[in-house]
Design a protein around this ligand. Structure first.
Ligand code: ADP
Ligand code: ZN
Ligand code: ZN
Length: 748
């Protein structure tokens, strides 16, 4: 294959998301061709007068889109671009190189959409009443009837002023409640046209916790690392409730005192009001939160504030990494094992890797934290790439819950055919009597309530997506990917048998059965159907926290990051269901979920209990989760990965082919596989497949996967470049699209 000639370049003159569609084509003069790379800063003649301007190369091609004779030439390549713009561009270029896609999509990922908020008004809720008066008010309120007001008042005890947005979104306090509180002389609502530029360095010492010895030693260990020439990332392995958040805040305080800034990533689902309040109470208004509900304008505004030095800390999901701080000193990734840190869109980047890149470039410290670290992170710590710090006791000596494993095969033998084992039933009854709360979940990641024929085994699938349809209470079948709806068949379409029915181990069925067993119990359900929006999610959780229900039934989403002091029982209904998901992470995900659940119960004064119901009570993911033993789980699981040669022991690049035609994607995948096999020796890189993807068709697009495996990421990146070049040769001749996913976190 001939090498690229790099004759033409697409150049933008301003780095902004809007300019990406308005690039200009230039000729690359002969002597510059070898040197030219995407992401470089160049000088170009611009406009009628050919004034010299700075420009940035966003694409390089061999053929011109416009009439070649009319194109101007790039004058020169500028020295390595510095400053925020240059850094942003370098980051995009690195992401494009590592994860594939185009420079344009990479830049779209790292740049905010420029949008001014029109005439926006920012409101802050300020406490007027003094602490004693407020406490008296709280004592008078009925906490069930006036739950929202109680929440607001309690929050105001911790911080004197809170942005209205946070009060509404995270605390679920309505405008009516605010109005009453204002009328009663408890609060004042301050209105400004713009954010106030908060005072730098104003931290509240009174809200600083006195660290335990163990916490202090972790802080010191990481501070020592920070003084090294090239600081290694630190992984804090700390069980839930061990006080990681306090450690983060102490480290951040030190960084801010040096005039630098902090980025804190927390999965959106775990970003609770309690956590935000802790940051807010300590660091005040120089903290800002990014979340999915922000409009483009609001998001842009946060980025501008960061750029102008008005913020010290940004908290948010993975995109918060792209906050353009003048000098970031620390990046923290909490709940590091969460899959939401991997982007599902091109470029399919992982926040941990991007954070590592940014931290290295800025000489900033990267801190990862989890009770159940990802195999990737723990493996790196074992190899000495990360510094491992451990927090192995709960703060204040709170006890871990007692965990019971129940063998459901035995239950069946003794004639119990319900979802609930005798043990779980007995413990729920106890909670009902004591007025404590219970959380029950099923782990159905990737598994649905499908309809099957008991005579021939036929499963009803979506005609567009090749996944099984899910039966709902109204009897209709729905596709969870594309929304296709159809009636449940009365007779099996394949064999005509009437024994076709739903296999429903869904949350609704559990709710129904519970309600039959405990007619007086107040049950709420939380799953994808009851939480259509983020508001639903917050509303259900606050209702449960306020004691409006005795039992919360849900999918795995209820396990993540919530702290309900009155929950003393957590039950996993069918713990091993997720072990059957078709993906090599299935065991790791099952362990993480069960261990997190086991760490959740009884975070208040009362000791908790956990029941794990399973058909595989001897499986190591279940045994070690029940024993709160991460180390033991890691040793068995890494042994399996080594044996089967899966990441993190090696790296795997998924090459994903998409086509509207049934054969085209597979044909291209076969061609690519052959070419790669002929070019790279199998001991350097293995080519696996191609095969039809787990979801062979989605929204009428056929999907084919090819997997490349190597110990060396550079080798995989070179293979990716080769596949991209092959795509370029075929451009215009076929509809096959290719995407790349480095070390995928789920099945394709
Ligand atoms: P993690 O983030 O590891 O789950 P947290 O930081 O949330 O743990 O701590 C668990 C609980 O212990 C929280 O309620 C927190 O306020 C409290 N806590 C932790 N460290 C301290 C400390 N040094 N002083 C007082 N309270 C603490
Ligand atoms: Zn049948
Ligand atoms: Zn579908």
């Amino acid at each position: 294959m001939k090498t690229a000639e790099k004759k033409f370049a697409r150049v933008i003159v301003n780095i902004s998301a809007e300019q990406l569609d308005r690039s200009f084509e230039y000729k690359i003069p002969e002597p510059l061709r070898d040197l030219m790379e995407e992401g470089m800063e160049v000088t170009i003649p611009f406009g009628k007068a050919n004034t010299e301007r700075k420009g940035y190369v966003v694409a390089i091609t061999d053929t011109a889109e416009y009439d070649e004779s009319l194109l101007k030439e790039i004058l020169r390549i500028n020295e390595k671009a510095v400053g925020l713009e240059g850094k942003t561009l370098q980051l995009a270029a690195w992401m494009r190189r590592t994860y594939g896609g185009t420079m344009i999509t990479a830049m779209r990922t790292v740049l905010p959409v420029k949008k001014k908020i029109k005439e926006s008004v920012f409101r802050t809720i300020c406490r007027v009443a003094d602490v004693a008066a407020l406490k008296a008010q709280i004592a008078k309120l009925n906490p069930v009837r006036y739950a929202a007001r109680t929440r607001l008042y309690e929050a105001l005890l911790e911080a004197e002023s809170i942005p209205e947005q946070m009060v509404k979104d995270k605390l679920q306090v309505s405008a009516a409640v605010l109005k009453t509180a204002e009328k009663d002389g408890i609060i004042r609502i301050e209105t400004t046209r713009q954010y106030r530029a908060p005072q730098a360095g104003k931290q509240s010492e009174k809200n600083r916790a006195q660290l335990s010895e163990m916490q202090q030693s972790v802080v010191e260990e990481i501070r020592r690392e920070m003084r090294e020439e090239t600081p290694k990332p630190a992984l804090i392995h700390g069980i839930t409730g061990s006080g990681k958040t306090e450690v983060y805040m102490e480290l951040i305080a030190g960084v801010i005192a040096e005039g630098k800034q902090a980025i804190v990533l927390i999965p959106e689902i775990a970003l609770t009001f309690q956590t935000l309040m802790r940051f807010y109470a300590r660091f005040g208004e120089r903290v800002s939160v990014l979340h999915s509900k922000l409009s483009d304008g609001e998001r842009y505004d946060q980025y501008e504030r960061a750029k102008n030095g008005e913020l010290d800390i940004i908290i948010g999901p993975r995109s918060a990494l792209f906050t353009p701080f003048p000098q970031v000193g620390i990046i923290i990734i909490d709940e590091e094992h969460e899959t939401s840190y991997k982007s599902e869109k091109v470029p399919k980047y992982h926040a941990r890797e991007v954070a590592e890149y940014i931290a290295a470039r800025e000489h900033a410290q990267l801190v990862l934290g989890s009770a159940t670290p990802s195999l990737e992170a723990y493996y790196r710590a074992q190899c000495g790439q990360y510094r491992l710090c451990s927090l192995q006791a709960r703060y204040g000596g709170a006890q871990l819950p007692e965990v019971h494993i129940v063998d459901m095969r035995e239950e069946l033998k003794s004639g119990n055919r319900s979802f609930f084992s005798g043990k779980l039933k007995a413990l729920i009854t106890e909670r009902m009597v004591r007025g404590e709360q219970t959380m029950l979940f099923i782990n159905r990641r990737g598994i649905a309530g499908f309809v099957s024929c008991r005579s021939c085994g036929f499963v009803v699938k979506c005609p567009h997506c090749d996944v099984s349809l899910t039966q709902h209470r109204d009897g209709k079948l729905r596709c969870h990917y594309c929304g296709h709806v159809e009636e449940s068949p009365k007779l099996c379409p394949k064999c005509g048998s009437k024994y076709i029915a739903g296999f429903r181990a869904g949350t609704e069925r559990i709710e129904e059965e519970l309600q039959k067993m405990y007619p007086s119990a107040r049950v709420i359900r939380m799953d994808a159907d009851t939480t259509k929006s983020r508001e639903d999610y917050e509303r259900i959780l606050s209702a449960f926290a306020d004691g409006e229900a005795d039992i919360l039934v849900g999918t795995q989403m209820i396990v993540k990051g919530h702290d309900f002091p009155n929950v003393t029982l957590v039950g996993a209904i069918a713990a091993d269901m997720s072990l059957h998901a078709c993906d090599y992470h299935a065991t790791e995900r099952t362990f993480q979920l069960l261990a997190q659940a086991a760490g959740r119960a009884g975070r208040g004064q009362k000791r908790g209990e956990v029941v794990i119901q399973t058909y595989m009570p001897e499986h190591y993911s279940i045994v070690h989760a029940a024993a709160h033993d991460y180390e033991a789980f890691y040793r068995e699981e890494i042994g399996f990965r080594e044996l089967a040669d899966y990441p993190p022991v090696c790296h795997m690049l998924a090459v994903q082919f998409y086509s509207g035609h049934e054969k085209a994607g597979m044909e291209r995948a076969v061609q690519v596989a052959e070419r790669l096999r002929s070019m790279v020796a199998p001991e350097k890189m293995q080519v696996i497949g191609p095969a039809e993807a787990l979801i062979g068709k989605l929204k009428d697009i056929y999907r084919t996967g090819l997997y490349l495996r190597s110990a060396d990421t550079e080798q995989l990146i070179r293979a990716k470049d080769l596949v991209e070049a092959m795509q370029e040769e075929q451009r215009g001749n076929s509809d096959v699209m290719v995407q790349f996913d480095m070390d995928p976190t789920g099945a394709f």
